[in-house]
Design a protein around this ligand. Structure first.
Ligand code: UDP
Length: 312
């Protein structure tokens, strides 16, 4: 049993992580400034033994009284619509926020676990992407505040490991989806499902031939915990290596929602990655973990969630 700080713990991924940690008997201190996180994601945990929520912006100085065994730093807006809306906050939480969390971990003698991203690979020229690939990122493009903040966060994390001998984990999270995504978070899974459920056209950016590899949230959380429990201090991809075009995703969503909506083709955003798929060799061999939820099954559960959330 451990006492674990989860930043961004009221967010989509963070709240599922809090659930799993509590289920396995850990104590959780959840920090979130609720910019994109929602108390609705954690209200079922209020009053539960071992769970504490503190509304706090980790870009400012943080302190958690008492012992801490691990600091899991997930806090960050992560959707392309947030990139245009709150770019400075995204840079701050990735840089200053990571520094504060590293400082907390160092002071407590705790493991630091960074939630990094497949975005460190940018628009990749190597496919699929192994951890050894350095990436192809535009440093001043419309996604740069997220990509470069996460790249800085990885560099800072590895510097703490080398310079202070801090025990660290770096997970590169690939597109993750599932219940508790915000219906208006602007990402493709939430957009397509909510549009189909409301009988609106699906907004396809570009010709729909770009690919992504979608990981169901339960698999993502299991992978992250396998990494936390391992002794792997170098970056590790966690995702699902099934690769789909956005047109294929749209077909699945239309079928699963029994809808008959058309597809509306819109311009592709600047720097939108053409294709993305994790090379999971490291996770499979070192963590003994691999994803188990097929896209169709995960989408079906996500459709149920959005139908409830939209009151349909
Ligand atoms: N996308 C789309 N329609 C939407 C939202 C996104 O076609 O309504 C596309 C987007 O251009 C990208 C892919 O879906 O090629 C995945 O987008 P998302 O924002 O979910 O994730 P990311 O681009 O960060 O991987």
């Amino acid at each position: 049993m451990a006492r674990i700080v989860v930043t961004g713990g009221a967010g989509f991924l963070g709240s599922h992580l809090c659930d799993r940690l509590l289920e396995r008997g850990d104590e959780v201190v959840c920090l979130d400034n609720l910019v994109t996180g929602r108390t609705a994601n954690i209200e079922h945990l209020f009053g539960r033994d071992g769970f504490q929520f503190v509304e706090q912006d980790v870009s400012n100085f943080i302190w958690v009284p008492g012992p801490v065994d691990a600091v899991m730093h997930l806090a960050s807006p992560a959707s392309p619509i947030d990139f245009a809306r709150i770019p400075i906050q995204i840079m701050k939480v990735g840089s200053l926020g990571t520094h504060n969390c590293l400082g907390l971990a160092k002071a407590k003698g705790a493991t630091f676990h960074l939630n990094s991203t497949s975005e460190v690979y940018g628009d990749p020229e190597v496919h699929p992407q192994p951890e050894s690939y350095w990436g192809n990122v535009n440093p001043i493009g419309p996604r740069s505040m997220y990509d470069e903040a996460k790249r800085f966060a990885e560099a800072l994390t590895i510097s703490y490991q080398r310079h202070h001998d801090l025990d660290v984990r770096i997970v590169r999270t690939f597109n993750t989806y599932g219940p508790r995504m915000r219906p208006d978070d602007g990402r493709v899974v939430s957009n397509f499902i909510t549009q189909a459920l409301k009988g609106e056209p699906l907004t396809m950016y570009g010709d729909g031939s770009q690919t992504r590899s979608f990981c169901y949230v339960d698999d993502q959380v299991a992978g992250q915990l396998a990494l936390l429990d391992s002794d792997l201090t170098s970056p590790c991809n966690i995702g699902n290596d099934g690769e789909f075009t956005m047109l294929e995703l749209a077909e699945h969503v239309i079928e699963l929602t029994n809808s008959d909506v058309p597809i509306e083709f819109l311009p592709l955003p600047t720097d939108d990655p053409t294709r993305r798929r994790p090379d999971l060799t490291l996770a499979r061999t070192r963590l003994g973990w691999e994803p188990s939820v097929a896209l169709r099954d995960g989408l079906a559960r996500t459709v149920e969630h959005f139908a409830r959330e939209l009151g349909l």
